[in-house]
Design a protein around this ligand. Sequence first.
Ligand code: ZN
Ligand code: ZN
Ligand code: ZN
Ligand code: ZN
Length: 312
Amino acid sequence: MGSDSIECVSSIDGMDEEDTARTQSSKPHGGAAPPAGIAPSTSVHELLECPVCANSMYPPIHQCQNGHTLCSTCKTRVQNRCPTCRQELGDIRCLALEKVAESLELPCKYYSHGCPEVFPYYSKLKHESQCNYRPYNCPYAGSECSVVGDIPFLVTHLRDDHKVDMHTGCTFNHRYVKSNPREVENATWMLTVFNCFGQSFCLHFEAFQLGMAPVYMAFLRFMGDENDARNFSYSLEVGANGRKLTWEGTPRSIRDSHRKVRDSHDGLIIQRNMALFFSGCERKELKLRVTGRIWKEQQNSDAAVCMPNLCS
Ligand SMILES: [Zn+2]
Ligand SMILES: [Zn+2]
Ligand SMILES: [Zn+2]
Ligand SMILES: [Zn+2]
């Protein structure tokens, strides 16, 4: 089951020449040193590392009667025994270490990816969970892929490891052919990557069960952050026999999971009957021709854009 039961035939109209810019070259990975002067000495760093789980310790930091420290997460797990000396743990805070931690300013852990920010120890975690330079998850759906990385890395990963089709150009003409349109599994889906405007976009196409009814859905995701995604729009069209369905929207960032976008119905949804109608009279085979276009929006700074799934 799955992707190999769908055959995908694609051609590019090649009318737009403005999109010849290539994907930006990738930044060196992990090679950069932390900004000079703010890197804590290793020993302080080691002091703040929980000896049990090796994560950074945040308050409350605990210690046993002999002075062995551990983090609050580990403290709840060790049943009141110090993991280092096996003595009773009690409820002693290590205020000195908490003070040391407070005095530290540390670079964001994604400094090697380009983040220039420096934070007081305790606000670092919060920033890192939102940092624009944090790695992206692999946008490939339908499998549990745990690969993370920056965009150039993920584009290469999609091409080489998931064998995803790559296209250059901001118009496309895609044919989805499936021999047995009666079987609709949640796992039936396709991914194509489009490179245009120096950016990459994922075109998803899939069949799934919406309530009781099987539907087909196509949508575009932007390989980058939400703020940048808003600079683009796209349209999708499917039709035959003098009828057509059109969808126009803003690509969603791949920060939003594939499933989240799908479940918010933020894309072109084709009912089964309509899909069979578009496929021709025999109804033996699903044959959908999806055309689309990606374009750049005029820079528009009035922020607060509402996502469909957040509005209801
Ligand atoms: Zn710990
Ligand atoms: Zn101890
Ligand atoms: Zn950062
Ligand atoms: Zn992957």
